[in-house]
Design a protein around this ligand. Sequence first.
Ligand code: CO
Length: 338
Amino acid sequence: MGEPVIDVHTHVVPKGWPELSAICGGSGWPWLRVDSERDAMIMVGEVEFRPIGAECWDAGVRLSDMDADGVDVQVISPTPVFFSYDRPADQAVKVARIFNDLTLEIAAAAADRLIPFCQVPLQDPDAACAELDRCLAAGHRGVEIGNHVGDRDLDDEGIVTFLQHCAGVGAPVFVHPWDMPTSPRIDRWMARWLTGMPAETHLSVLALILGGVFDRVPRSLRLCFAHGGGSFPFWLGRADNAWRRRGDVVRGRSAHPPSHYVDRFFVDTVVFAPAALRLLIDTMGEDQVVLGSDYPYPLGERPVGQVVRKAPFLTLEQRVKLLSANARRFLGLPPREV
Ligand code: CO
């Protein structure tokens, strides 16, 4: 394929950030326990959160993986554990600045192949807008946000203010599930990731729809949801049915049934099964699905893009859309000449 393959869902973890308790105050901050040249452990306080490798911080390792997987361009986004939305806003501002600046250093190693997205202190809309503006001026190309801030969903007035700002400055927004509910029932088998994450994303899409956000924000707002939009596409018929038959409680503020809004946001291809990808195309439309991988994490797809490349039901034109052209629209890049 002549078009550059663009992966919109990857994560970085920079190395060498300062001790956050010393800069921000408070305790229980994430820190990196470096175990070797290539291995480290993200720690949260004294708890081991996730083992990571050099591909998280070393652009050279990342680029050679991209070459092996046939990926030309990656959007590199924060790892949600650093969002700090539950902290006082002034502390979250400091954390965002540190990680955003370090991410620019990773992207600088290959400015034509690594597209940096920033994080923002979303608990404070004014501070979030200011940090986004600072980051865009410094070289970031978009923003990744968590799908909620405590009990505030994406239809919260402050978050909508931030989304309006993103539309105004033309910044694409990648929405990632995080901060999943915990309970003894769900703290097993990675169930927080396997069931909690898709449910979180499902809820966020519904909040934008039923909260009437899509009726209020301009069409120029470019949103993309991780993991194929979570459970949303599979259960769109259920949501439409509820909107029609239990409109007394379900309609909320939306002027139309949920299926009316599927052209207002993108979803990525991190769904693993060809049948699930087919459902995404059928439900969301072939113009709304963009290549993602969750690289370099173990719940991500490797080799990147294999489901899209192998799915026998895709036409060549559809494959180009999924691997490249739709991401160009999400990112606001001009379409390539055919
Ligand atoms: Co991810």
